[in-house]
Design a protein around this ligand. Sequence first.
Ligand code: ARG
Length: 468
Amino acid sequence: MKQKKPWGGRFTKQTAASVESFTESVSFDWRLYKYDIEGSIAHATMLARCKLITEKEKTTIVKGLSEILSEILAGKFEFKESLEDVHMNIESALIDRIGDAGKKLHTARSRNDQVALDLRLWTREQARLMTGLLSVLQKELVKKGKKHFGLIMPGFTHLQHAQPVLVSHYLLAYVEMLERDKTRLQDCCVRLNKSPLGACALAGTTLPTDPLHTAKLLGFQGVCENSMDAVSDRDFCVEYVFCLSSIVMHMSRLCEEWIIWCNDEFKFIEISDAYCTGSSIMPQKKNPDVLELIRGKSGRVFGHLTSLLTLLKGLPLSYNRDMQEDKVAIFDASDTVQNSLSILAELVANTSFNGERMTQACEKGFIDATALAEYLVKKDVPFRKAHEIVGNIVRECIRVQCKLVDLKLDGFKAFSFVIEKDVYKALGVENCIKNYKSYGSTAPQFVKKRITYWEKKLSSSLPRKNTD
Ligand code: ARG
C-alpha cells in the first residue's frame, strides 16, 4: 500500500515511484535521527511552555519520541523511502504511535528550520569528536618526538638537504598544524552555535513561540537573527568541510613525506608490517598503502568542499531542495577525515625511525653551510659576503669531494682570513644543532620545552566516543 504523504492534502495523484526514489534523502539523512529527536523534544517543550500544546500532550510526545529513539538504537525502526527523509519518518511514526498529540508537534516548525537545526547539532558534535581524534594523533606524534629526542635528520627545502633539525622538531611541526586545525574547528563552532529553529519555512510564525527557550534547551548560544538566513545558511557546512580539508591536507603532507621516507633510497622510517600491504605479483613488496590512501582521500574531501560551494553559489533565498545534497558532502567528508585521523594515529605509533640512516643522510648535502655563514657573521662579515664565501668553499669541497668539516684551517683561510680554529665548533650537524638559538628553532632546549608543553596540554584531552 502507498504511504500517505504528510504533505499530500493538495495533491490529486500519487507520487511517481521514480520521483520518490529520486527525491528521497532518508537513505543518508537517517543518521540525523538522534538530533532530530533531540530537537523535537526541545520544540515540544517550548510549545508547551508557550501554551501551544498542553503539558499532557508534551509528555505524550516526549514519551513517543523516546520510544522511537530506543527502537532506532535497537535497529528495529524501519525507515521508509516513501516518507522522504528522516524528519517525516520520525514524525509519521510518532503520529502512528500517539495519534493527535503527534500531529501537533510540527506546530510553528517547518522541515526547513528542522533540517538546518539537525545539521547544526550534528556538525557541532562531529567537530567535538574530530577535536578528540586530532588530540590522539598529536599525542602519538609527541610520544615519537620524545622517544627520539636528540636524533638528528636533514631538514629539507625543495626536497633538497637544507639544514639539520631534530626529528622531534620535525614531528612537533605537525602537532602545531593539527592544533591550528583544532582552533579552526572551535571558531567554526562559535558561528555555528545558533539555533535556526523558529524560522519555520522562511518567514517565522504568527504563533506566540519562544525560540530562545528552544535554543537554550539545545545548548545554543543564541538564535539566528533572520529567519530567511536561518533556513538558507549552510556556511557552517562549508566552514566545517574547510576545517576538514585543512586537517586532511596536513595529514597528506605527512603521508607524502613518509611514503618517500620508507622507500629504499631513504629508509628513514620503517612502518610495521601490520600497517602495510603487499603486491599480488611482486612477492618482495611492502607498500605504504594506508599513507597513500589518506593522501588520495584528501582529494575526495577537497571535492566535497567544492561541491558545497558550488551547491550554494547562485542559490536564491531561501530554502531550495538543492540543499539536501549538503549532507552527502558533509557526511562523507566527516567520515573520511575521522577514519583517516584514527588510522594515521595508529600508524604513527607503529612506525620506527631509522637513526642510522638519518645520521648518514646528514653527512651529505653540506647541511652545515648556513651555520658556517653565520659563523662568519659573528666575525663581522656582512651576511651577503659570508654567503658568497661559503658558496665558494662548498664549490671547492665538491671539487675535492670532502665535507666542510674535512677542510684544514689553511683551506678555510684561503677563502677568508677571519676563519679561525673555532670554526670547527660551528661545523658538523651535532654542533649546528647545539648552536641554534632563536625562539622556535630546533635548539634542543626549546624542543624539549615544547615536548613538555604538549604532553601537559594533551594529557587533559580525552578522546570522545562516536555515538552516531
Ligand atoms: N530532506 C530535506 C533536506 O535535507 C529536508 C527539508 C525539506 N524541505 C522541503 N520543503 N522540501 O534538505
